[in-house]
Design a protein around this ligand. Structure first.
Ligand code: GRG
Length: 298
């Protein structure tokens, strides 16, 4: 099967798990339910749910909690996009070709829908504690800790804080840029793969190996985002890379140039796949998915 078709098929499997938990649009607070559902249903590649499921399969998992965690990671990703689009942050009116949540429902509802998605993600993940016992139950608790930490102030939120501050500064160091990328983008990808591993039954050492794979792929994914931005910009306005640097946001391409950034994406991906292949299990689709993520053209 061609990789794009296979990914579409896996995404629809993840969608089934996500749709199952979406709130019914009724009650006095139904506007927030509508705004939450609108945000989740607006599209998206479902990369984090697929990464979680495929890592879980790598370890031959059988923990019943997986489907709820698959939904939870996408709800958290969606909340981060909803808040990132707000006037106080990137102030974007469009995402995935559709009105952003605050553009459609108003700013207050944009804030509340994001809050709702984040809190609700933990509600559905916590509910799985009622259905699991013994080792499976302990794996759920470990997964909850990973989810909270990687989405929080030592993870995605921490990265976003430094990113927001960097926008106001003239020039930032490469170390600070690495910090932003590793946390803002990488942390949730790490959470997705680590939870897949934990619920799949991986040992502590294997979970650490998976964290390392995800860290490298997360960084490559974000650098590729910069590369695609520059290529898109050059194609649409014929602007040469590196010109007008005063007004440019600090990115890998600004620091290293386009060719070196592309090479870094390729090297990080090779390193990630090499670590994955050290494990005594195989999931050829997961390897292909990692390559697809960073070689994507949108
Ligand atoms: C507001 C706490 C908070 C965090 C926001 C995710 C994020 C942090 C900001 C979004 C801006 C951005 C471009 C981040 C880089 C990561 C990235 C490429 C996100 C988009 O992820 P995809 O490609 O999105 O998986 P889809 O639309 O496919 O779901």
């Amino acid at each position: 099967m061609d990789i794009n078709k296979e990914i579409a098929y896996k995404a629809s499997d993840a969608d089934r798990m996500i749709y199952r938990v979406l709130p019914a649009e009724k009650g006095y607070q139904k506007t927030v339910f509508q705004a939450m559902n609108y945000s989740v249903l607006a599209g998206g590649k479902r990369i984090r749910p697929i990464l979680m499921l495929e890592t879980y399969k790598l370890f031959g998992g059988s923990n019943k909690a997986i489907e709820s965690f698959v939904a939870a990671i996408e709800l958290i990703h969606t909340y981060s996009l909803v808040h990132d689009d707000l006037p106080a942050m990137d102030d974007d009116e469009l995402r995935r070709g559709k009105l952003t949540t605050h553009a459609k429902f108003g700013e207050a509802m944009g804030v509340l829908a994001g809050d709702g998605l984040l809190n609700y993600a933990f509600e559905i993940a916590l509910d799985t504690l009622d259905e699991t016992k013994g080792a499976d139950n302990r794996a759920v608790i470990r997964s909850l800790k990973v989810l909270a930490k990687k989405a929080g102030i030592y993870g995605m939120i921490g990265g976003q804080v430094v990113d927001v501050e960097a926008e106001k500064q003239y020039g930032i160091s490469k170390n600070r840029l690495d910090f932003i990328y590793e946390l803002k983008t990488g942390a949730l990808i790490e959470a997705a793969m680590m939870i897949g591993a934990i619920l799949g039954g991986a040992t502590d050492e294997e979970v650490e190996q998976i964290e390392e794979v995800a860290k490298k792929i997360g960084l490559a994914f974000q650098i590729q985002d910069d590369v695609l931005d520059v290529i898109g910009e050059t194609e649409t306005i014929g602007k040469s890379v590196g010109s007008d640097e005063k007004n440019q946001k600090a990115t890998y391409v600004v620091f290293e140039g386009l060719e070196k950034a592309k090479q870094e994406v390729a090297d990080l991906t090779d390193d990630a796949i090499a670590i994955l292949q050290e494990l005594p299990y195989e999931n050829p689709f997961l390897t292909e998915l990692l390559r697809w993520m960073v070689l994507r053209d949108k």
